[in-house]
Design a protein around this ligand. Sequence first.
Ligand code: FES
Length: 161
Amino acid sequence: MEYKYLTKEVIEKIEYFKNKYLTKEQAIIPSLHTIQEIYRDIPHEAVRELSDYLKIPEAEIEGIVTFYDMFRFEKKARNHIRLCRNLPCHLAGSRKFLRMLEKLTGAEAGGHSPDGKWYIELVECIGSCAIAPSFLINYDLYDGSSIKSEEDLKKILERYD
Ligand code: FES
């Protein structure tokens, strides 16, 4: 994985924390402080990179960012859609689903809508393969297989401000 936010400088600090503490988990918080100091907030992509670098699940690091008031995620949009891109969801039609999402929100995968309402992110398995193609809007989980038309999806999107 190529890193955008984990620059050489950031990685040197992470290595310092890894050596200083007994477990790599203990390096998460100081590493997040470093990222936030440099970027002013914590980009979601930086969490993914940190997860990859430390070999710690992304959800664990995200949980820490969300739990502590001292950390703030980069605000990309008012609502964050995460659509699974792994094989079971792909086979169940996540690509087609993405096209519908993009059309209805005006956002593209990896970007936000011009009105700042939506941000779409393609993510790894979110543990809901039984309802593939599955997706989250903020923290609400949806069963993509139950959405049969653009109209169904539109009704869901309308629940969000
Ligand atoms: S593969 Fe999509 S939720 Fe698991």
